[in-house]
Design a protein around this ligand. Sequence first.
Ligand code: GTR
Length: 408
Amino acid sequence: VSMASGQQADPAYNYDEASVGAYTLPDPLLTSKGKRVTNVADWERRRAELIQLFAENVYGKTPQQNVKLRFQTVQTTDNALNGLAIRKQVSIFFVDYPQLPPIDVLVYIPKAANKPVPVFLGLNFCGNHCVTTEADIPLSTRWMGDGPGDVSQNNKATQKARGMQARRWPIETILKRGYAVATAYYGDIEPDHPQGWRSGIRSVLGDTSRADNWGAIGAWAWGMSRIADYLATEPALDAQRINSIGHSRIGKAAIWAGAQDKRFVAVIANEAGEGGSALARRWYGETVERINTSFPHWFCDRYKTFSKRVADLPVDQHELLALVAPRPLYVASAEEDQWSDPKGEFLGAAQTEPVYRLYGKIGLGTTTFPAVNQPVGHTVRYHMRSGKHDVTDYDWAQYLRFADALVR
Ligand code: GTR
């Protein structure tokens, strides 16, 4: 069967480069009134407009209420990881919403530091007990998706889940390089299923009757900002140097968090794919229609109206990435993660260039898709490593180099 460009038997995803078809990207430097942005002051206004467009059409509006927080230290040890780290577990309570569970934050701070250290802040997929093999981290009692292996049973964490994702969190390596690590289970903010909002922050903030009510990604991003609120109170940490990092769906949230909250000094989007770093208009891998079908709770309702008319979206994902400018941005792909569309992620990063140039910075500095395991870029960096959808030591080696160069 031959099909015209842009058409496919199953319209919800595509792995055929020849079927991607032509598309025209919206210009980040052209306002919705058709005015050309030529300087930083214009861009700051355009930036606000873009945040609003992403809120109205993609992620939903992040409520701007000031939410009263209480930070309760649950446990501290100055002898974690064989004496390498100070480890703190701090619960963030929502004072005016006692019905909400707290966000349980786990922080590792290098003991050797003699001044406040920069931090990598990223949410995790299966509870704090998953990111480390340290046996005295309490097992999360929250709702847990039936993840890979024995990570959970009947939506509860199991003892077997301990350290299950430790490989993705090379904490000792990061600490030895002079950075702290902060993490929390993303399900503390909202359990990742269509009814999850009922027991998370979206049950008390937002307006479910609206087409631009925030979705789960918006809630996770908001949660990252609340964790940043707490981190800013820790004297051992450098509040000016909190990196927003995330993988996949959590990477989508990490970008949206960094886009809205300039306190994040840099953004690292590991295989954030559709609705993250990959161009929506590039019809390859997962598509807007597919993600809206599989994960109806991630985005605002209005986003679903674009499932079959992506070209009508007033924004595309390169503009989300551009909201990070002039701050450092890292976009990463994996060769065997075609679902995330490595080329679409590369193009997303590359298309931020004119915005970085406004600030006199070189962004990616290239429009040539690099070979596998060949990192490229300047203030914006990109790599496609070999292997599958994952976070590996290779990825972290690049992120640490990037942070050493740009976030110190
Ligand atoms: C997939 C989803 C992707 C990505 C991924 C993940 O099922 O289609 O957009 O979010 O999950 O989070 O690992």
